[in-house]
Write a protein that binds this ligand. Structure first.
Ligand code: BTN
Length: 322
């Protein structure tokens, strides 16, 4: 019996006795007990009550490859070369970086849990089992790193547009690519580049989207956050949402390859949570304060200061509300 089949049975959120589990899965109670320990070790809260058995309270919405494929458009499916749906991984971005090589465009991986999920600026990304979406996509850009300006902002737009299709409202972006709902973080994006900086390079696009964040995992998050299913009246499955993300992302990557960020700039600005607001930009020990007036065609942020309009780009800059 695999751990997956036990998790599948328990994913309904109901109580199952050790005897029944053993009988249905064709193994001894001891074997079940050993697997239950593994489930606990994954960080999944398991309730056990004498006489009733075992239950994962609230159930688990596990990823389902068939459901993902069934909900993908023909256009997106064509652009996905491989879809790896994994149980536990250190980080889907780390895995995708290993797969990223010439001709690897369209490699996609997603996992139930990341043990070392990575956020921007060296932060940790909370990745509990079965809770959220952890997705990485490899795409190759023939023109090299110079053609990637604004790509991370485009991915922000893509995530918002997928969420709109899922029925969410009031989703906005914070430069460069934090996805917010009423100023709480809903998703984060981490881009990593490998290959030849001057020639063809591969980009790993990592998306972490909070869907059903369990209480125990949320305690470690050090910023205001929210998740999709506490916003929606009718909850959506992670597999359906993942397909919506790929449906938006894959064709847009192809388009971006041709056009760059410029055609997506207006949409980004429409979604900008800090448009015309007083903001502080922090880079290392330095900072400037000014009015945020949008982004340029390369995705750099434009700040109106006493000196005039200044533009800033780059990974180490962070934006705060004043
Ligand atoms: C951020 O700090 O806002 C970016 C978070 C990116 C998290 C995603 S989850 C999938 C992929 N794998 C990782 O280790 N990180 C990214």
């Amino acid at each position: 019996m695999s751990l997956e089949s036990l998790l599948n049975t328990l994913s309904d959120g109901k109580f199952h006795s050790g005897d029944n589990l053993g009988r249905n899965l064709g193994v001894s109670r001891t074997a079940i007990w050993k697997q239950l320990k593994k489930i606990e070790a994954l960080g999944i809260p398991l309730t056990s009550i004498t006489g009733k058995g075992y239950c994962i309270e609230g159930g688990l919405d596990l990823l389902n490859k068939e459901v993902i494929h069934a909900n993908m458009t023909a256009q997106a499916s064509q652009l996905v070369s491989t879809l790896d749906v994994i149980g536990v991984v250190d980080s889907t971005n780390t895995l995708a970086m290993k797969k990223a090589m010439k001709g690897s465009s369209g490699y996609v991986c997603t996992a139930e849990r990341q043990t070392a999920g990575r956020g921007r600026r060296g932060r940790n990304w909370s990745s509990p089992y079965g809770g959220n979406i952890y997705l990485s996509v490899v795409w190759e850009f023939a023109a090299g790193a110079a053609s990637l300006d604004g790509l991370s902002l485009l991915v922000g737009v893509v995530v918002v547009d997928a969420l709109v299709k899922a029925g969410l409202e009031d989703v906005q972006l914070k430069w460069p690519n934090d996805v917010l709902h009423q100023r709480r973080k809903l998703a984060g994006i981490l881009l990593e580049v490998t290959g030849d900086v001057a020639g063809p390079c591969q980009v790993v696009i990592g998306i972490g989207l909070n869907v059903n964040m369990p209480d125990f995992a949320s305690k470690k998050i050090d910023q205001p956050w929210t998740d999709v299913n506490s916003i929606l009246d009718d909850s959506i499955s992670r597999s359906q949402l993942l397909a919506l993300l790929l449906n938006e992302l894959m064709p847009k990557l192809k388009e971006f390859e041709r056009t760059g960020f410029a055609p997506f700039r207006d949409r980004w600005q429409e979604l900008d949570a800090f448009s015309e607001k007083e903001v502080k930009l922090i880079f290392g020990h330095e900072s400037i304060v000014g009015r945020e007036i949008g982004v340029d065609n390369k995705g750099a942020i434009l700040i109106q200061t006493k000196k005039g309009v200044e533009s800033f780009s780059g990974g180490e800059v962070s934006l705060r509300n004043v």
